[in-house]
Design a protein around this ligand. Sequence first.
Ligand SMILES: [Zn+2]
Length: 482
Amino acid sequence: MPVPILQKHGGMKGFINSVRTTTLLPVVLSAALVTAQTNITPPANSYTPAQDVQLGREAAAQVRQELPILHDDEVTSYVQNLGRRLVTATPPELQHREFSYTFEVVNVREINAFALPGGPMFLNRGMIEAASTEGEVAGVMAHELSHVLLRHGTAQASKATKYEVGQVAGAILGSIIGGGWGQVISQGTQFGLGTAFLRYSREYEKEADIEGTHLMARAGYDPRDMANMFKTIEKQGGAGGPQWLSDHPNPGNRYDYIVQEAQVVRVANPVRDTRAFSQVKDHLKQLAPAPTTEQATKNGRRTTRGGGAGGGGESRPPTGRVSPPSGSYETYNEGNLFRVSVPSNWRELQDTNSVTFAPEGGYGSSNGQSVFTHGMEFGIARNESHDLQTATDELLDSLARGNPSLRRSSGYEQVTFADRRGLRAVLANRSEATGQDETIEVFTTQLQDGSLLYAIGVAPQKEFRDYRGVFDRVVSSVRAQG
Ligand SMILES: [Zn+2]
């Protein structure tokens, strides 16, 4: 566990003072620079750099299959040049010979960017369009590159439950394109196995911001452009805010500490606007507008295991006509994470972020989203050292963001789930797929590493009486590792 930056420097207040000192003594500026710059060291990691490369390569191959890469020489070479300039600025102690850096533009309009372990970086076209200077694009790239150099993806995964390498690649993809079974978990990108790899902790965010500040300065950019770009992103707002923000949560005072660090690593003649940047922006205006990620991936394959577990049902909405839950139960082992017994007439629907058990007719697809009307979904959400109730609050918040008509209809009830202390909450929702009122039961418990194991039971309100006992029986059968 790396020491939080704030503690290392005795708090932000002391840090500000040291900055002031350097500006008062311009003669010893270069010596002061070295001592005042915040030192960032990579966190503990149980993966090898070669595994970073392998994971990133597999996930990148899937990204290229699922997301529309913009094949446009002008835009691509611009982004590549910018990326290389930043990579060249990598300090020696963060260089990894194995890493191989690629820079690609995804032709979608959301403001987002992501980088995979070992080097592949993807920038949404919307990010470039939203930037007002080259430095702002460089800022986002420097931040993403810092996650790669500090190996945050696999460091985060090291803290999570152990996964197979193949599963990890799928999980990374899941957290990029979203999806996830069930209307109630339509914001599934935020909760699920994938969160372990691309959704960073606030601690890692701050490290990437500070390291990104250093990279920018070394590459000749004004790091304050990075702070400005984050402001632009925050202003975008919208339902749930841009994906970039949920993957890269603001550790608090983000703008201020970047500007402070920027003063320490001040660049004499930073790159201001470049002609290349304006040319690329003009060029983008002439292309057909980028689709949303949802439009671009609507017809894409959503499941990554079991050869499309949704089968033919994926393109149809659920009929809602289902046979009652069988009295005989079948046991499923979900990787090495947990096992669960469900009615034998429920099918197992694997997704990258979660697994759903639902009867024929009780699952399908609506508006490009996988949904289910009857059954239970299970998943594990990465969580940062919260207590069970806070973590459960966050899960319910994320469900509410994806389902505007979702209402809590009970407080928390203490239950036993997977042989440990758990919580149960009941919610009411109007299903967007069927227009029917449905009752949702959420069960949560914490695993040893702090991540949240959840089960979400869904049934039409008028059938809930018949399902409540089934959900209880399924939940009481769960045995979890870790
Ligand atoms: Zn980040």
